[in-house]
Ligand binder design. Sequence first.
Ligand SMILES: Cc1cc2nc3c(=O)[nH]c(=O)nc-3n(C[C@H](O)[C@H](O)[C@H](O)COP(=O)(O)OP(=O)(O)OC[C@H]3O[C@@H](n4cnc5c(N)ncnc54)[C@H](O)[C@@H]3O)c2cc1C
Length: 534
Amino acid sequence: MNFDFETDYCIVGAGAAGCVVADRLSESGRDRVLVLEAGPSDWHPYIHIPATFLKLVRDPRFSWYFQMEPEPELKGRAQRAPQGKVLGGGSSINGLAFMRGQAAEYDEWVARGCPGWGYKDVLPYFKRIERYEGGDDAYRGRDGPMRVSGASEVHLLTRSFVAAGMELGFPRNDDFNGSAREGVGVIQNNREGRFRSGAAQTYLVRAKRRPNVQVETHALGRRILFEGKRAIGVEFGRGGKRLRVCVRREVVLSCGAIKSPHMLQLSGVGPAELLAAAGIPVLHALPGVGQDLHDHLYTRIAHRVRGTQSMNERTRGWRLAFELAKYAVTGGGIMANATTSGALFCRSRPELANPDVYVAFTPGSYVQQLQLEKEPGMAISVIQSHPESTGTIRARTADPEDDPAIQPNYLSAEIDRRAVVAGLRVVRKLFAAPSLAKWSSHETRPGPSAITDEDLLDFARSAGTPGLHFCSSCRMGTDERAVVTPDLKVRGLEGLRVIDASIMPGCSSGNTHAPVLMIGEKGAAIMLKERSAA
Ligand SMILES: Cc1cc2nc3c(=O)[nH]c(=O)nc-3n(C[C@H](O)[C@H](O)[C@H](O)COP(=O)(O)OP(=O)(O)OC[C@H]3O[C@@H](n4cnc5c(N)ncnc54)[C@H](O)[C@@H]3O)c2cc1C
């Protein structure tokens, strides 16, 4: 075989996890690291200004904007799934909410066959990521590469949401990344002053300065090259050319929960029947590849705002000009903040040991997925934290340019349907609490005609949108359906690991960025330990 590049480690995908792995593997200077990223560099200013990520999610230069399959339990609606396609991946176009998930979730990972991934094991890696000034030293990191901050300006409506939660008797939580998740409070962001502090702007920036690191953008990984059952390289496409990388040590797939299983399937690793149907020769039958896909479903109740300005008006016309000027001069204002800013973690049933519902407040409202309305509005989303509905990622053809079929099967599990309805009832109470009710003229979605549990479920089916927290499609574990072992090696193959959201045994509560960065940190540490022992 002829090769165009040679390296020790090749990381396919420079997203949240890929940037961390590239940085940590190259730190010692001992090994060469080559990173392949399908998208461009993170040059666009909208990546760096916190509020403007909404402008990029539909831009095909920076987002995959996948077409998903019709969802049977969502009335057959086929929705879009934006995913970062740029250095930093989702970490460059996401909503900056920084949430670790609950301690009990990681302990549950251990119970599900992932020794070494309990909360006490992963906590040091969470701390390693961040530079945060508040909170408790036992939980928070002080000198990591990524700056985590409180909101630079807490919107009046967000403060009212927190007060409303307390009026309902929920405890105030001043640090969702501290000892406990339960309660109501303000979301922290990965933000450095006025700018996004994402994986590309922190980890990858410093890695790129090293002579042993090479980053290739606009480089679409097409398949992994094998010698027997050992990965020896990667074929990628750029500008109509096919190029090959020879890999001396290991190939790391960090393409995210949609493209990592797709890339394995394109390389002949996956369920044998699926590969045969797509016309891909089987190299290694592995039934779990692309199975067990999870995502959070977001169902938003929205109200028309009166008596104050919501984010909707403040990001239009002359008010936008004012906000931009304020941002330019002071680095503050609405442009310096993410859209979703308040959170409540609660239980849908009192007997549960831990919160299973995540309620997220936005001082603005949407006409459709991540597109703000013109009229003043505010919205509260309900998210079942641990969905039991699972779906699939399936290659349709052998062509790497063809997107896979994406089917999360939202609301296919009864427990998810019940939790969403219970969460929507909590949201109705929050909007009725005095602190929030005073800013509302009326409920716009679903509106007063939705009364019964059936009405609310029907609303979730009609209006629920993908949470974009895709995970578990190359699930870690020790059972027959697991794709990677707890040290993130693809089962039955050599020289190949998956390190990204796809390995998570299930969704974390809250958002997935921080857990994925942790997976990058811990995955790299496992690799370096093996490297030193060799
Ligand atoms: C619009 C949006 C908003 C979100 N908001 C939040 C939030 O506020 N807080 C939060 O915690 N989480 C949020 N998330 C989720 C979070 O960003 C993701 O969970 C996280 O980025 C996943 O990391 P990853 O490394 O698994 O994959 P990604 O970050 O998606 O990275 C995968 C990378 O691989 C590249 N790639 C894919 N296939 C190939 C290939 N074949 N060859 C080369 N490169 C390839 C992609 O272009 C991408 O850069 C959001 C996600 C989106 C899309």
